[in-house]
Every structure is written in structure tokens, then in C-alpha cells.
Design a protein around this ligand. Structure first.
Ligand code: ADP
Ligand code: MG
Length: 551
């Protein structure tokens, strides 16, 4: 047996770690399971290149609670460590890593803008444990080692009699962290952080029904066996090739990601790039019908299949944060504040790549099956219109597929709309006048009156549409949008002369006077032109500019 003192400049760094990362104690489990995964994958690699002459087999990682002993065990069948390696990797590297981490982030860790907290690694165990043991047997032909440390820089290292290859970490859970001995808590954490990690993770056992024998009689009772409860899916859809996945696979993965979400996604976008940065993932366009679900089920960020956060602000363009799904990239810096993140070159490229993939997908959906795309328009328009307003690049691309539906359920692109309206809806100054309604019920009579005159009326009813209209007017010369209940409708040149009222000018003036007693003429104007239409005896309109002023 040997004991020693770890060479650190801070006498006792554990209380410091505890303090700085107060809100993130739970990540210790992610870190330890990540280490177990790394150790297993390293062994896989070494056996595959012939450097480790041992059977790789079908390794699992086990997480086990010993409630009476107040201990939590994390056991792997990875490459293990020799005593010398424990000295090197745990006493030196992990310690200096933790120290370096503290040095670097003790200020930023205090503000909540820091995401991830990757890098603390093994020593995060001391956030929840008063004593940590490592019992490890290397794949090399050397005796097992047993390391113990109570959080002070002193440690003991002795030989152990462990015979199976791999590492067991034993955490003696501290009195203030007893929640981590609760089965429910550990299951919650494993599900949150480790759900898609690449090595199977066992947590307890579960009962599984045996298949019913063919000759079973009526009184047959289902028999059960205890099997390992594997909490993760080591091969999630996003790690596969798009060509190996069917529509059904994508939908199943959506359900796996969001078990409480019952709506099916509208479509998905598979992200897959390895240069100049590495990124995989699957994004889904959800039906935006359930507001609560939108808040809850967010895009999840992973690094090498380890969950990091579901706050992707700054990584994904804002308008796409309404989407759902997964992105996995080792190239996103995590121990940084959000403002730093937004300035990072790689992150900018990633954000641009995602925007491009989304617009490419929309364009191909539009080209391949326009009828289907039109059907989905109502569910996706908010995201798209928001994107057109907030991202110049997306606005440019959206010209190809952004749709402008009419109250008659016809869907125009902007180019088609201009062409369709040119013969009928050009005003005296040569401006193309686009009539639109924002509420079919409230503006019913105006819509009918306009249709009566042979005009097309768009239905633009999303909450940000007035901003979009302003942008379209700025960017398109001689294009103006007028709401169907605004007075400009008058100025449309079509059939203006043909519109003959059954009232004489004199009668009209008198009737107008009567109406204007109840309707203030400074704000509204009264039109009797549609007296002979089926829609309404007369209509009251308000100038477009006055209406916009109120909005
Ligand atoms: P990192 O994982 O970033 O290298 P950690 O502090 O998590 O940093 O771990 C330090 C080192 O300890 C690892 O690089 C590895 O060499 C060793 N180690 C930790 N856990 C295990 C394990 N379960 N099996 C084998 N080696 C391990
Ligand atoms: Mg680690």
C-alpha cells in the first residue's frame, strides 16, 4: 500500500468546485458515465488494431445504488488502469484538469451564461461524494489497483484483488447529496444525459414477458424473466446514414426523443457534415399547435452522443429554435458564455449551415410535391416568416418557396402573385396593389365586395405579417399591400368606370350624410359603390396608414 499527497497549489479544491458549480452537481454522473464509455471505446479500438489481445465481447456499463451503504457504483468493462496509470491519469492529469478548469472558469461559472461545464471530468465526483474509490484492472497483465481519496489532496493507492477487466468507481455519497441514492433521481439523470450514449448502460433489472408457448392452454399464465434494464439506445437515428433510414424510422426517433409528444412531425432535415466542422443531427418541423409542448420539447445539443443542453440559443438561428430534434457536434465550445459563443467563427458557420440545410429542404419539398407543401404551409409559416424577417440569407432563399395564400385557398409565390395581379390590380400610378385580409370573419363583407369586383384577396393572418409586408414593400418596387377594409381599394383601376350604382349622385350624397352621422368621417369613409353587389349595401373603410398607425 502506498499513500501520497497530490501536488496541487490550492490546498483543497473540492469545496471550491462545489461552490462554483453549485447548480450543476448532477453532471457528475454524466462525467463518470462518459469516462466509462471512453474507456470501453478505447478498448474496442485497441482490440481492433490488435494492440490489446483480449476479447472485447459485449461490454455494458452498470450503474448501481447501494442505499444502505450510501454508495453509488459506476462499473465498466473498458481498458482499465494500472497503478501507474492511476497515478498519472487521476492524480496528475485529472487533478490538473480540475485545477485548470477552476482557474479558467471560476468567474464565468458564476454567471448563468456558461453552458455545459465540460472539462471538469472525474473530479466532479467530489461535488456529491465525501469519499471516492477507484478499483481498476487494466487489460494489461498487471495487478488491479485500488485508489481512495476523501477530497483532500491525500490519497491511498494499493493493490486489489479484482480479476475482471475494467473500472469500478465507488462514490460515498455525502450527507448533503443523499438524493443521488434515489432510484428515481438516478434514472432521471441517466435518461437526461445518457439516453443515446454509444455503450449500453444497465440500471437495475426489469421483468420481461416470455413468449406464449404454442401449445399453451386457456389457463396459461404469462411467465416473466428478469432481464438487464438498459436505459439507453446506443445507435440513435442521427448517427446513421440518411439512406439507411425510412420515414417511419424518423418518426420513431421523434417519439423516442419526445415520448410525451403525440403530434407527428411535419418533416425532418438530416444534418451531416464533417468539414470544416463536424456536425450531425436531425431537425423536425413540428406542428405548432400545442404551445406548451413548444416550450418543453426543445432542440437538444449533444457532443458525441452525450447530452449537453437543450438551450441552443446562439448556436441555432433564433427562428429555428422553434424546431425540434437533435444536433451533435464536438466543435461547439462549451465552457464559454453565450456572448462568446455568438462571436465564435465555428458557431457562426454551424448556424449558417443549418439555415442553408433548412432552406434547401424546404425548396426540395416545394419542388417535389407542391400540393403537399401548400397543405403544410399553415403549420410552418410562422417559422418561415420569422426567418425571412430575421435572417437575410434565409429571406433570399425563401423567395423560391414562401407562399401567399388567397382567401380562396390558392397559393402563390411572390413571382406568381405579381404575374396574376398585373392585369387587374394595378393602380393609377402603376403600382401593383395586393389586397389582403387578416381575419376572414371580421372582414367578410369587404372580402366579398372585393371579390365581387374580380379582385384577388390574400389571407395573411400570422401575427408578424405586418412586418413582413413592410419588408416586401421595401424590397419590391411598385408593390403595395392594402388591407381589404382600407380606402385604397377604390383606387384600383379595374372596372372602375363600369361600376354603375343604382343611386343617383344626389341620392348618394344624402345617404352618405345619414351614415356619416353615426360613422365619424375623419376616421372612416363610406362607399356606396357596392350597392348593387350581393355582399353588402355599403361598406365603411379606413385609410391603410391609419390602421397601421394603430398596430
Ligand atoms: P477526461 O475524460 O477529459 O480525460 P477526466 O478527468 O474525466 O478527464 O478523466 C481523467 C483520466 O482518467 C481519463 O483521461 C482517463 O485516462 C482516466 N479515467 C477516468 N475514468 C476512467 C475509467 N473509467 N477507465 C479508465 N480510465 C479512466
Ligand atoms: Mg472525462
Amino acid at each position: 500500500m502506498s499513500s501520497g499527497k497530490i501536488n496541487v497549489s490550492v490546498e483543497n479544491i473540492f469545496p471550491l468546485i462545489k461552490k462554483f458549480l453549485y447548480s450543476d452537481h448532477e453532471i457528475f454522473l454524466r462525467e463518470l458515465v462518459s469516462n466509462a464509455t471512453d474507456a470501453t471505446l478505447k478498448l474496442k479500438h485497441l482490440t481492433s488494431i490488435g494492440e490489446a489481445k483480449v476479447e472485447y465481447g459485449n461490454p455494458v456499463i452498470e450503474v448501481k445504488i447501494d442505499k444502505d451503504g450510501k454508495k453509488l457504483h459506476i462499473i465498466d468493462q473498458g481498458l482499465g488502469m494500472t497503478a501507474e496509470e492511476v497515478e498519472k491519469y487521476i492524480n496528475q492529469i485529472a487533478f490538473s484538469g480540475a485545477e485548470e478548469f477552476l482557474e479558467k472558469y471560476k468567474d464565468s461559472a458564476k454567471d448563468s451564461g456558461v453552458i455545459g461545464h465540460f472539462g471538469l471530468g472525474f473530479y466532479s465526483a467530489f461535488m456529491v461524494a465525501s469519499k471516492v474509490e477507484i478499483i481498476t484492472k487494466s487489460f494489461k497483465d498487471e495487478p488491479a489497483a485500488h485508489w481512495t481519496c476523501d477530497g483532500s489532496p491525500e490519497f491511498t493507492l494499493e493493490t486489489a484483488d479484482k480479476t475482471e477487466r475494467g473500472t469500478e468507481i465507488v462514490l460515498h455519497i455525502a450527507e448533503d447529496s443523499l438524493e443521488f441514492l434515489e432510484e428515481g433521481k438516478i434514472r432521471e439523470l441517466l435518461t437526461k444525459y445518457n439516453k443515446f450514449m454509444p455503450i449500453p448502460i444497465k440500471f437495475g433489472t426489469k421483468k420481461e414477458a416470455l413468449p406464449r408457448p404454442e401449445n399453451a392452454g386457456d389457463d396459461y399464465k404469462t411467465e416473466y424473466v428478469e432481464v438487464d434494464n438498459i436505459i439507453n439506445n446506443p445507435n440513435p437515428a442521427w448517427t446513421k446514414q440518411p439512406s439507411d433510414l425510412s420515414d417511419e424510422d424518423y418518426k420513431n426517433f421523434y417519439r423516442e426523443l419526445y415520448p410525451m409528444q403525440f403530434d407527428e412531425p411535419l418533416f425532418n432535415i438530416h444534418l451531416n457534415v464533417d468539414y470544416p466542422f463536424n456536425l450531425t443531427g436531425i431537425l423536425y418541423f413540428p406542428k405548432l399547435s400545442n404551445d406548451l409542448q413548444i416550450q418543453k420539447d426543445k432542440i437538444q445539443l449533444y457532443q458525441n452522443q452525450v447530452f449537453v443542453t437543450d438551450n441552443v440559443e446562439g448556436i441555432v438561428p433564433e427562428f429555428l429554435t422553434m424546431l425540434k430534434g437533435v444536433i451533435d457536434s464536438p466543435d461547439i465550445p462549451l465552457n464559454v458564455s453565450r456572448s462568446y459563443l455568438q462571436a465564435d467563427g465555428n458557431v457562426k458557420k454551424i448556424s449558417n449551415y443549418i439555415t442553408r440545410k433548412v432552406s434547401d429542404k424546404l425548396k426540395s419539398l416545394f419542388n417535389e410535391n407542391r400540393a403537399d407543401f401548400e397543405q403544410k404551409w399553415n403549420d410552418i409559416k410562422i417559422v418561415l416568416e420569422f426567418g425571412m424577417l430575421s435572417e437575410a440569407k434565409f429571406y433570399e432563399k425563401a423567395g423560391d418557396f414562401a407562399l401567399y395564400p388567397t382567401t380562396e385557398n390558392k397559393y402563390y409565390t411572390l413571382a406568381e402573385l405579381k404575374e396574376a395581379l398585373a392585369p387587374t390590380q394595378t393602380d393609377k400610378d402603376g403600382n401593383l396593389v395586393v389586397l389582403y385580409a387578416s381575419n376572414v370573419e371580421l372582414q367578410h363583407s369587404y372580402i366579398e365586395a372585393a371579390k365581387e369586383k374580380g379582385y384577388e384577396v390574400l389571407l395573411l393572418d400570422s401575427p408578424i405579417v405586418s412586418h413582413l409586408i413592410q419588408k416586401l414593400e421595401t424590397d419590391n418596387e411598385k408593390l403595395s399591400f392594402v388591407r381589404v377594409d382600407a380606402d385604397h381599394v377604390d383606387n384600383l383601376i379595374k372596372k372602375e368606370e363600369e361600376q354603375i350604382s343604382r343611386l343617383s349622385e344626389d341620392e348618394k350624397t344624402k345617404l352618405k350624410e345619414v351614415i356619416e352621422v353615426v360613422v365619424p368621417k375623419e376616421k372612416y369613409s363610406v362607399q356606396l359603390e357596392s350597392m348593387d353587389s350581393k355582399a353588402a349595401p355599403f361598406i365603411i373603410t379606413q385609410p391603410e396608414f391609419m390602421r397601421r398607425m394603430k398596430e
